[in-house]
Design a protein around this ligand. Structure first.
Ligand SMILES: Nc1ncnc2c1ncn2[C@@H]1O[C@H](COP(=O)(O)OP(=O)(O)O)[C@@H](O)[C@H]1O
Ligand SMILES: [Mg+2]
Length: 252
């Protein structure tokens, strides 16, 4: 069975977390956000991360994306351990390999749509001309080819989320994490955004971790990981067409 083989040989694992912990603050007001997270994300899969508000979803994807340091446990992302390579190498690694889609889009209002999308390329030292050209290419793929010179505030929520996704994709990352990407969108727009994410992941060896509260988008998941109180408590097969035959037990 594919899933078991994958877990054993480790070759097809994009993200491997074991016993990951994270506490905010210290003393009596300390919040244990992650209490020992065990999770594998396969290469090429779309894993949804669900669970009640405050259970640690945003903290976990921030650790996985390399924007937040864990306190303990092990975490390897595309073969790298951010705690071992240090902050400067982590920043470089992230700029090359990881895309982040925020709940609130986080577009820069003073830049045009194309300039927003070009940001990750500019960070990677790509020339402005080349970066804008690549940004325009990705934007036309998501149906926004005619909006490249607009400012983001002139776009609808769904269009802004497509810009945010384009920005997460433009540098061909191997991992994209999305924090509740459809929560600000109506149902139809949310479905289109998820279709777009699925489509870009297809055939690109791209792994997606999508945090969501939105049961209407579960159909797009290969697997669904449920979190509660800082841990993964259940892992089940999703409803996507890539459906695996068996459930994968949570690693103990
Ligand atoms: N920067 C922070 N400082 C202190 N506590 C935080 C911070 N970020 C999150 N928390 C707390 O950590 C817990 C997990 O938060 P979070 O990862 O945002 O959960 P979720 O995304 O599942 O809602 C919550 O109790 C939250 O209040
Ligand atoms: Mg959150």
């Amino acid at each position: 069975m594919r899933v078991d083989a994958t877990v054993q040989d480790g070759q097809n694992i994009a993200v491997r977390c074991r016993g990951v912990t994270k506490t905010y603050g210290a003393g009596p007001s300390a919040v244990k956000a992650l209490r020992g997270v065990d999770l594998d994300v396969e290469r090429g899969e779309l894993l949804m991360l669900v669970g009640p508000s405050g259970c640690g979803k945003t903290t976990l994807i921030s650790v996985v994306a390399g924007v937040l340091n864990r306190d303990g446990g092990e975490c390897e992302v595309l073969g790298e351990d951010f705690a071992r390579i240090g902050p400067a190498a982590t920043t470089r690694f992230r700029a090359r390999n990881v895309g982040f889609v925020f709940q609130a889009f986080n577009l820069i209002p003073t830049l045009t749509v194309a300039e927003n999308v070009a940001v990750p390329l500019l960070i990677n030292g790509v020339s402005r001309r080349e970066a804008i050209a690549k940004a325009a290419e990705v934007l036309s793929r998501v149906g926004l080819g005619d909006r490249t010179n607009d400012v983001p505030t002139r776009l609808s929520g769904g269009q802004q989320q497509r810009v945010a996704i384009s920005r997460a994709l433009v540098h061909d990352p191997k991992l994209i994490v999305c924090d509740e990407p459809t929560s600000a969108l109506d149902h139809a727009t949310g479905q289109r955004v998820m279709e777009l994410l699925r489509e870009v992941a297809e055939g690109h060896d791209l792994s997606l971790v999508v945090v969501t509260h939105d049961a209407r988008i579960f159909e797009f998941a290969d697997r669904i990981a449920e979190m509660d109180d800082g841990r993964i408590v259940r892992l089940s097969t999703g409803q996507s067409h890539k459906k695996a035959e068996h459930e994968l037990p949570v690693v103990k």
